[in-house]
Design a binder for this molecule. Structure first.
Ligand SMILES: [Zn+2]
Length: 526
């Protein structure tokens, strides 16, 4: 071992003089106006706008990312108490047009949401008047990471903790090779890249796990530097997932050391109480952050269900030999065959899939899951596909989607918290051009391609002997009443049923529960 190290030293490989790291930090601090000036910043008010995109809620798998929301924000930070408040107005375009106006308050111990910020409101938010809730430990840890990544104080931290800063191999993006440092800011690890010309920080990277693309890079980029409120500010900041822009931030206004109203960081009485512990270990950062980008995040310490409202996931028998995996925000359907099982949808994460697979195996011992039918490619309904592929299941996907899923399954996933890394590139993927039937000689389980406004290659499931359908996102069967008028999404369900010539009595949903089909058919005028 010693000899290897000596050889590396002689070759000068992988070893950089410690002074190099601090040169980069000091060069950046100078370019930012000097460490002294930055250290004088006690309060900061930043105003700007954000546009959000979600690549894995696209119309076409692997196609143009979905433009999800446009927002304005005003962020107030107190560097003495480390309290931060962000007032948001978010105008969402997807999954439905709506506006959420709310505030987030972060202290070093806990995070708070004042107002409504999601369609997936947790129990505390629904039961508090006016609405609000204490952030889950997952959201607290993820939010703190992003505040820290974006903070002008990050470089001061790096200067003050040289033992946590180490040289990293240069990173080439486009035609430029950027010198880089790794900063261990426990529990976070940031890779900070510097502009070789201006010495300014240009990009701060974390290595994340994405439930679709596996091992992923998540970067905050800095550009268009201008002096605002007396401090050098990157007025254009983008978040990039694997090089694709998912959030575009424009900073329009900065004021430094303005006196702050005393009630700026006041927590409403209804929200005072014991906050969840900050999450440690594996935090599904991409899930926690990007579900907020589309306004559907369920703020809970289990990504699959509201820990404050339910004991967890459970199986509900919806027909003989058919189990609906419910209890969370997203459901699967398990169908028993003679000597095997077929499952519809693999929502959220391999953590949820592990639960569903274990429950299915306990219910139907000795019957392997031979088929995983994916209704559509959106990340919230397929993010747990790897656990099924690892169990040997054949993937059944809609027209035009096979190539996308083969690419997804070929990606490495060493950072997946729920599944050990392995080669899934040989997984069998079947594409449904019109319909595809799985049969054991008695039971027939069919996936029908649905013309629809939500996602290309959408499938609707049908268990013929049970006269039971399975539908995701076009309709969420359950206690929620049908609208007064048919929508294009609901019409797509009815049209697919008609075209297929099937006669469902009930539908189970990828969201919600089960409902009779007749009222929907009646609404469509059938
Ligand atoms: Zn969807």
């Amino acid at each position: 071992m010693k000899r290897v190290l000596l050889l590396l030293l002689l070759l000068g490989v992988g070893v950089t003089p410690p002074v190099y790291a601090q040169d980069l930090v000091n060069g950046a601090l100078t370019a930012l106006g000097g460490a002294e000036a930055l250290a004088q910043v006690k309060t900061l008010v930043v105003k700007g706008t954000v546009r959000y995109w979600e690549p894995e809620q696209s119309m076409v798998a692997g196609g143009e990312p979905r433009h999800a929301a446009d927002a304005t924000f005003e962020m107030t930070g107190d560097f003495t108490t480390h309290a931060i408040r962000v007032d948001w107005v978010k105008n969402f375009l997807y999954p439905s047009p709506r506006t959420f106006q709310f505030s987030e308050i972060m202290t070093p111990e806990a995070g708070y949401v004042i107002g409504i910020d999601s369609n997936g409101r947790n129990k505390q938010n629904r039961e508090t008047n006016p609405p609000g809730h204490i952030m889950s430990g997952l959201r607290f840890t993820a939010t703190q990471r992003e505040l820290r990544r974006a903070s002008p104080a990050l470089l001061l931290e790096m200067r003050n903790h040289p033992g946590q800063v180490s040289a990293s191999p240069g990173i080439t993006i486009g035609a430029v090779s950027y010198p880089a440092l790794t900063y261990q800011a426990s529990p976070y690890t940031f890779i900070v890249m510097f502009d070789p010309q201006t010495h300014l920080p240009v990009r701060i990277r974390t290595l994340d796990y994405d439930n679709i693309w596996g091992d992923s890079t998540y970067d905050l980029t800095f550009a268009d530097w201008r002096k605002l409120g007396g401090v050098q500010t990157a007025t254009s900041q983008n978040y990039e997932l694997n090089g694709k822009v998912v959030a575009e931030i424009k900073i329009t206004d900065v004021s430094v050391n303005a006196p702050l109203p005393t009630d700026r960081f006041e927590i409403p009485a209804a929200l005072q109480g014991t906050a969840p512990k900050p999450a440690s270990g594996n935090v599904p950062y991409q899930w926690v952050l990007r579900r907020q980008f589309i306004g559907t995040y369920l703020d809970s310490d289990n990504p699959s269900f509201d820990t404050r409202a339910t004991d967890g996931l459970k199986l509900t028998e919806v027909a003989p030999g058919v189990q609906h995996a419910v209890g969370g925000s997203h459901n699967s359907l398990i169908v028993e065959l003679g000597d095997a099982l077929a499952v519809f949808d693999a929502p959220v994460s391999d953590g949820q899939s592990n639960w569903t697979i274990t429950a299915a195996q306990a219910k139907y011992p000795g019957k392997p899951i031979k088929y995983l039918v994916l209704t559509h490619h959106h990340m919230d309904h397929v993010g747990g596909l790897r656990a099924y592929a690892a169990a040997g299941a054949t993937l059944v996907v809609g027209k035009g989607n096979a190539e996308h899923f083969r690419k997804v399954l070929a990606m490495p996933f060493t950072r997946n918290p729920d599944l050990p890394s392995r080669d899934l590139s040989k997984t069998n993927v079947v594409e449904v051009a019109d319909k595809y039937t799985i049969s054991d000689g008695k039971r027939q389980v069919t996936a029908y391609l649905a013309e629809n406004p939500h996602a290309n290659g959408m499938l609707i499931g049908y268990v013929a002997d049970a006269q039971l359908g399975f539908v995701t996102d076009l309709w969420s069967p359950g206690p929620a009443p049908l609208p007064d008028k048919i929508t294009p999404a609901l019409a797509a369900v009815v049209n697919t049923v008609k075209k297929a010539g099937i006669t469902p009595l009930k539908f189970a949903g990828g969201h919600g529960a089960t409902s009779d089909y007749a009222p929907l058919a009646a609404l469509a005028g059938n």
